[in-house]
Design a protein around this ligand. Structure first.
Ligand code: CA
Length: 226
């Protein structure tokens, strides 16, 4: 589960920085260090987001992008380019890149772009979400547990969708706040706890506990905690 990211980047220093940083954020990350390896992984793997460097040994970034778009039109590709290479950016977007980022970039900026892209992809691809005994129709926002329809508020709904998309993962309060509330967790507010409580009440009317609290760590959506 979780978001799988492929980093195609030949410069070790940048690649290490990206891979380490993204893993710390809970993403599953693989790296390709040249165009040929990149093409192999694009063909054989399942990716939620691809970070593609422009200048690569072997097959260059633009060629890679063109080839990839012939076989895959939906996987988001963010390409990494030099600061002033305006024509590269235009070409990249013309050939199916979803976004670009100029080097050097701030890690937070990259994270923000990845979140937007993966959210967009989720919205495009999935119309139904099923996990354990809960199902959500993402087009009508109808939520059912064991066949019983649940009446959720907007926040409870977003919270449940996020937890289900990361079923089995331990989610810190910070991560949940950033994704569901789109803001930083101030460390004080208890609105998350309140929403979890309300959501549990509704869910547990039709089955056992499914959102577990892990002390000092966060929450997990699963049959059993841990
Ligand atoms: Ca490069």
């Amino acid at each position: 589960m979780g978001i799988h990211i492929l980093v195609i980047e030949d410069e070790d220093e940048i690649a290490d920085f990206l891979v380490r940083g993204l893993r710390e954020e809970g993403f599953t990350v693989e790296r390709a260090s040249n165009g040929d390896d990149g093409w192999f992984r694009l063909k054989t793997g399942e990716w939620d987001v691809v970070l593609l460097d422009w200048w690569l040994p072997g097959i260059d970034g633009l060629t890679l992008l063109k080839r990839f778009r012939q076989v895959d039109r939906t996987t988001p590709v963010l390409f990494l380019t030099a600061r002033d290479a305006v024509s590269d950016r235009v070409q990249g977007l013309d050939h199916g890149a979803d976004d670009y980022l100029c080097k050097p970039f701030a890690f937070n900026e990259l994270l923000a772009r990845i979140r937007v892209m993966s959210r967009r992809r989720d919205q495009i691809l999935a119309t139904e979400l099923n996990s354990l005994d809960i199902s959500i129709d993402l087009t009508t926002q109808r939520v059912e547990r064991n066949g019983h329809q649940l009446d959720l508020t907007g926040k409870e709904y977003s919270l449940l969708v996020f937890l289900m998309r990361h079923a089995g993962d331990v989610l810190t309060r910070t991560r949940i706040y950033e994704h569901v509330w789109d803001e930083r967790y101030d460390g004080i507010s208890n609105s998350l706890e309140v929403h979890i409580m309300e959501l549990r009440k509704k869910l547990e009317g039709h089955g056992p506990r499914i959102i577990h609290t892990l002390r000092n760590r966060g929450y997990v959506f699963a049959n059993r905690p841990g």
